[in-house]
Design a protein around this ligand. Sequence first.
Ligand code: ADP
Length: 872
Amino acid sequence: MLIISIDKPLYTVIDVNDAFLKATNSTREALIGNSVFTAFPASPSDTETKNVERTAAVFDEAIRTKTPQKLSHYRYDIPVPGTDQFEERWWTATNTPVLDENGEVNYLIHSPVDVTGFHRVTERDRKDEEALKLQRQQLFSTFMQAPVGIAILKGDDYVVELINTSLCQLYGQSPEDMIGKPVFDSIPFTKGKGFEEMLNSVLKTGIPVKGDGASVLLVRNNVLETVYVNFVYEPYREANGDISGVIVIANEVTETFKARKLLEEAEERARLAVDAVGLGTYDLDLISGEIITSKIAANILGFERPVPRADYVAAIHPDDLPLRNKAHEEALKTGHLIYEIRVIWPDKSIHWVRLEGKVLYGDDGVAVRIIGTLLDITDQRKAMENQRKLITLVDNSVDLMSVLSLDGVNSYINKAGINMLGFDNAEHVGRVPISELHDPAHFAQVERDVLPTVMGKGRWEGTMLVRHLKSGEIFPVYNNCIRIDDPVSGAPIAVGAVMRDLRPEIAAKQALADSEQLLRNITSAAPTTLWMSDKAGSVTYVNQTWVDWTGREYAKHLGSGWLHCIHHADRPKVAGKLTGDIANNGLFELEFRLNHADGSTHWCMLSGQPQYDIRNNFAGYIGSCIDITDQKLLQQQKDDFIGIASHELKTPVTSIKAYTQVLEKMLQRKGDIKEAQMISKMDAQINRLTSLIGDLLDVTKINSGKLQFNDSEFDFVPMVKELVEDLQRTTEKHTLIEYHARVGMVYGDKERIGQVISNLITNAAKYSPQADKIIITTSLNDNELQLCVQDFGIGISNDKLTKVFEQFYRVSGDMQHTFPGLGLGLYISSEIIKREGGRIWVKSEVGKGSTFCFALPLRANSPDKKSRKLNA
Ligand code: ADP
């Protein structure tokens, strides 16, 4: 409480109580005697309240009315002692005038109450209220302007109590038309679509209902349209919790919905397209390394269904792994992945796969995924491979191959063609019209005949003349043209040609003709005839000499025609021999008489040598035919001479022998032993001479077919034994050892067979001068008897073995010529054995000895032998 003097405008403080001092942070000394306004000046921060003026005015009013005046709730800041700061304070003060006995105002009692605390509380309330008001306003405008449609529907008819602009727009209505009316009156096409039931349920149960993408039929701007809406129905509760309506929150999603639909359709189309072309798809997470693949992708990589990435990698052909790794590195730089590799399926088959992909990057620019496609390109690769092979084939062909466009220019010619026609290179081909590639004189025919035929019939082939671009040389080719049609439309698109250069063929034919002519000239100049046959023995060629000899034209000798010229008596022999030898495909020689053109008959020696083709199959004969008439004549003269000479020698030698024997006996009787021995040696030489003459006579008989046989049955082994005994007497050096089987009776000429045995034993002794034994063996073998004479002498070389049985043949060599002989013994022996129906042969080794054997059939008295004898 202050007691204040009424000395306006000072209002000096007269007294103050402690409570005031405490409330105002002041001291008694600072206040008493001072103006109250000096003690409590206005706070410079308080620019509004005008507290000094208002306080002074209240003081004035109390003095004037002489009644207490209250100033409520005013700000009067008080100074903070020791600072120039003020403390905000709010006060309610009563100013009571104290009257004196005259009723005049004596002084004022100023009693303020500090209401700062109260002021603060009320001030906050006021502000809260204002904020609330503002908030409500803002809320409403938010509600009205919210992009989401909101409405409150009340009652069973769902009368619109409140609706915002968005929802009105959604419904295509104005708020005035809707507020206060049942909602379905405004949007009649939504009636009966289930919305009422949903609202009812919310109203009844209080459980919100939600709808996503519900289609609603609405008339907006006079247009009936389907819109898609996401909505929520929430219960509207009164303060007491009762549900009195429904809050509708709705949001049109037509655009999103349509967009999503479009997206789904696009995705579906893409998926169908991907499936249709057999594209597999994958999504590779580069961070985790995991891959998601479609079933088709898994199938392409050889798996039934998707498998982990490691399994896919394991299926890659090891040779292609580096390629794939490189492609991945490259993809991280370019953003695009592409490569082609081989994969090995579980059944070990190899498939080509093309992978493509797009790299996706995260916000920080790091690659995070690759998504893309896989395609099985095995067939494509195979086709490419086949095409490559085809191109290689075409490029390496020796024939020209070309494709002619319908504009008359070649679009392609292979390397062979470029060389054949003298193009510079492949580019040059396209610049040269085909007219320049032909003989100008013949090109008209190409245009008139070839091209129309190809276009019309699809094909033309034949010879044509083409022209070398550089040299201008015109040369023939064999051309095979075909029309190439479009596989789809069937329309002709080009003409393909394959041309063979005929020059090498023509040159080869000429060379062949030349060499044939040369050969003909050579063979015709030969003094012998030459002939050829095919493998069936049919004559295919005779030379001019044969034609000249026979006087028949060439063609008449072909096949078996040549046999006509053979002396009719020899013809069967020749024909038989030929067919026999052809069947064996053996080398052969044959003598026959040939009728010459001039009517004379000539002896010929025909020889044939089998020919074999490159596969070593018998292909026929090539042979010659030599005129041996002169030889035959000489041989005949020789045979005649030998016959006459030996015959003439025989009689004198026989009488010499007789006289010698008589002489020897006479000398023995006289006792002239020495002379008798000399005569005995002379007798031995006469024996040899007789034997030689005998041989010569035998040969003459054989050659003239007059060798006589006196066949009879005889016991074979005793005959041999007797013979050996006689021969053992003539040789001291060799012991004749005999081994005999039981042979029994034999039918034949005993003398002649004995002659053979003695000849073999004599030879054995003669040709084994160093040896001391000769082994004679008889044996039985099947139906024949065998006799062998084995010596241990000089032997005979292999190549001479068959020849020793020939007439006058004697083995030549260092040793042989020292042995006397004519080379007739074995010839006569073999002729005898042959005529007895047997065989004769020899086995020998040079330096070790020889074994001569013969075999005779064991057919006593056989009719065979009788007929043989007649023939002989
Ligand atoms: P030759 O009167 O010359 O003995 P051959 O016809 O009996 O006539 O024999 C022909 C040829 O066969 C003989 O000249 C001889 O070279 C050879 N030859 C025959 N027998 C034998 C044999 N046992 N050992 C070796 N060579 C033989």
